[in-house]
Design a protein around this ligand. Structure first.
Ligand code: PRX
Length: 651
């Protein structure tokens, strides 16, 4: 509550400058018209977006078929996402884009590649033919496990071209996580690399793939990009070098004419229970949503150099590094490495050298730069920037103001965009020509998105008020389900209220009706903008042979937003010492990946439980956050546990 109160005291308003409004892709008048149309008929608004931003081989018969909780958008329409991202920029009035940079890429060691639309089209066609030669056909799944190199975009677009469904797995996930995702999706082919560069060193990826596919019967072939040149084991018959296969591949590959509801990708994300959920996105609605929001929210134009810093392993990398910008014919920048290599000014140097004009990043990165000091950005000319974006977690007003002042030179609008893996694209965000922004608020829903806050019973409180974030009408980029788990889809998102989508976030609306997203209200933690389920981490910890029981909660952290705290009871006879804490962290890294490693490991001889044996996470959260006042403890089975827990600390 204290956080909410301090946020709501934020009364500063930053109105769009007249200059920006005058030149915007959507002028204030167009914004007003769009809002009016969308309020009257969301389907007519989205149909307009689908016509303006997407090219169709065959028009749809019906905009929306809504049988709650299942939506079909643009029913009967035929299109191809890779055609929209490539071919249409090489023909007709946009043919001049053939020699425009589609991707500007910089590797961590400093090597660079600029790939034009013409070249990207060629590579995508070739790789689509490579996939075909390996037996991949429409509807097959292909897993992609790559560093941030252009081949990631090429592989995604090649799948889209032939109607294969891709499942990108973040390169920082462990072999076990990769294995689970490959098996759940039933991937026939895995696309990977020998490795990539991080923090100045080559890190291998291929060994994780070898481990992951060893007992994954579905996998027939592995294609390996040579990135680092380090010695790499190749299994004859199964593994193929990317460059060797590409050398013989034809550059002609007509795009498949796919149904609007054809599955484009599966992307796994953490939930409250059990294993990660394979979020399914399809073709026509998804592309309409991401193309329209990329163009309008980022005010994207042909002369922009657009940089979204997300990894392709996350949904932001799908929607706003690859599909959105390329559908708009934009120049999208990809950077392979960490922000601080070889020096803390790497990002600012990139912006200066490439003339980046639109920057889209995460609050955790901004907070890290605040700590590093202003001198690093100050050393560079950042005057090419004209718009800034934020995504992934609530941005605290201090970080917002620093971003505005130090990076944006007080002239760039900031779009704080709320959305999720499940929503496919941006849902709540300022529109840069029109929305006065308030530091820390994502402001208003995008036209055509019916977002509000509701209470437990489905009543809508009058702002200013708090409640659960809710989306009342279907939207084109919405998930179409959880891969292979209908019931979980219905229960997770649609069971709180009737026919209303529940994203799992709490929110406040202020007196202007602006949204202030307060974060997850379930057992999902948002660490540096990445979703991690408490249950996933717990089951990794209890897999440790010396652990009897564990409970994981999040605590507030200045840098990462949330830090993971693990309360662990060792099996009897094992010392709760530093060595055990560190081997518990290794266990988590092995099962999930380093992003899920607990910041604190606190040993305790017992966990606070109710009389029926349920762990009282609320109390653990308070203890983890260092609070001394506990709420209601009447259901606690053993009071003395609390005092002992408070004293527990990292050995
Ligand atoms: O809690 C919200 C937070 O991130 C969650 C979605 O995480 P993920 O599916 O990994 O996608 C992240 C990138 C879209 C949301 O449920 N979140 C995302 N954007 C914001 C945010 N919280 C506050 N403000 C945001 N702008």
């Amino acid at each position: 509550m204290a956080d909410i109160e301090s946020l709501l005291k934020e009364k500063r308003l930053f109105a769009p400058t007249r200059e920006f409004a005058k030149n915007a892709y959507w002028s204030p008048r167009q914004v007003a018209e769009s809002r009016k149309l969308a309020a009257k008929s969301p389907t007519r608004f989205w149909a307009r977006m689908a016509k303006e931003h997407v090219s169709w081989f065959r028009p749809w018969k019906k905009v929306l078929d809504w049988k709650p909780p299942y939506a079909q958008w643009f029913v009967g329409g035929k299109l191809n996402v890779s055609y929209n991202c490539l071919d249409r920029h090489l023909e007709g009035p946009n043919a001049w884009r053939r020699n425009k940079a589609a991707i500007i890429w910089e590797g961590e060691p400093g090597d660079t590649r600029v790939i034009t639309y013409g070249q990207l089209h060629r590579e995508v066609c070739q790789f689509a033919n490579v996939l075909k030669s390996l037996g991949v056909t429409k509807g097959d799944r292909v897993a992609i496990y790559l560093p941030m190199i252009p081949e990631a975009a090429v592989a995604m677009l090649a799948c889209a071209r032939i109607g294969a469904t891709h499942g990108v797995v973040f390169g920082g996930f462990s072999a076990e996580s990769l294995h689970d995702r490959i098996v759940d999706a039933g991937a026939r082919v895995v696309v990977t690399a020998d490795g990539g560069y991080r923090r100045g060193a080559a890190t291998a990826l291929k060994p994780a793939v070898d481990e992951a596919v060893a007992d994954a019967d579905c996998v027939e072939h592995v294609v390996v990009v040579r990135r680092t040149g380090e010695p790499t084991h190749m299994t004859v018959g199964r593994d193929h070098w990317w460059h060797e296969r590409m050398a013989g591949a034809s550059a002609t590959c007509p795009p498949a004419k796919l149904d609007a509801e054809h599955p484009l990708f599966i992307l796994y994300t953490s939930g409250t229970t059990g294993k990660p959920k394979g979020i399914l996105h399809t073709t026509g609605g998804y592309l309409t949503h991401v193309a329209a929001t990329t163009q309008v929210v980022f005010d994207l134009r042909d002369d922009d150099v657009y940089w979204c810093t997300a990894d392709v392993g996350w949904v932001t990398g799908h929607s706003y590094v690859v599909y959105g910008p390329l559908a708009c014919g934009a120049t999208t920048l990809m950077y392979e490495g960490v922000p601080t290599h070889p020096a803390p000014d790497r990002w600012w140097s990139l912006i200066e050298r490439w003339g980046v004009s639109v920057l889209y990043t995460a609050p955790t990165a901004i907070r890290a730069f605040v700590r590093l000091g202003e001198e690093h950005p100050k050393r560079h000319d950042l005057s090419s920037l004209r718009l800034l974006g934020s995504v992934g977690e609530p941005i605290n007003p201090e970080a917002w103001m620093w971003y505005h002042r130090v990076i944006g030179g007080k002239r760039c609008p900031i779009v704080d965009t709320w959305w999720q893996t499940e929503t496919g694209g941006i849902m709540i965000s300022p529109l840069p020509s029109s929305t006065p922004t308030r530091p820390g608020s994502a402001t208003q829903p995008f036209p055509g998105i019916d977002a509000t806050i509701l209470d437990e019973t489905g009543r809508e409180p009058k702002p200013p008020a708090g409640g659960f974030l809710a989306i009342r009408k279907p939207w084109p980029g919405m998930l179409r389900g959880i891969w292979g788990d209908k019931q979980r889809y219905e229960e997770t998102y649609w069971s709180k209220w009737k026919n209303i989508y529940f994203p799992g976030d709490g929110a406040h609306r202020d007196e202007r009706g602006y949204f202030w997203i307060m974060g997850r209200i379930d057992d999902v933690m948002n660490v540096s903008g990445h979703r991690i389920g408490t249950m996933e981490v717990e089951s990794a910890i209890v897999a440790h042979e010396k652990v009897a029981e564990a409970a994981v909660v999040g605590r507030p952290d200045d840098l990462t937003g949330t830090a993971i705290v693990a309360f662990v009871t060792p099996r009897s006879g094992f010392e709760p010492d530093r060595a055990l804490a560190s081997s518990i962290r290794d266990e988590v890294t092995r099962h999930i990946g380093p992003i899920a490693k607990p910041a604190d490991v606190r040993f305790t001889d017992a966990l606070p439980k109710t009389r029926s044996g349920k762990i009282m996470r609320r109390l653990l959260r308070d203890i983890a956050a260092g609070k001394t006042e506990m709420g209601d403890t009447t259901t606690l089975e053993d009071y003395s546990v609390l005092a002992r827990l408070r004293e527990s600390e990292e050995p």
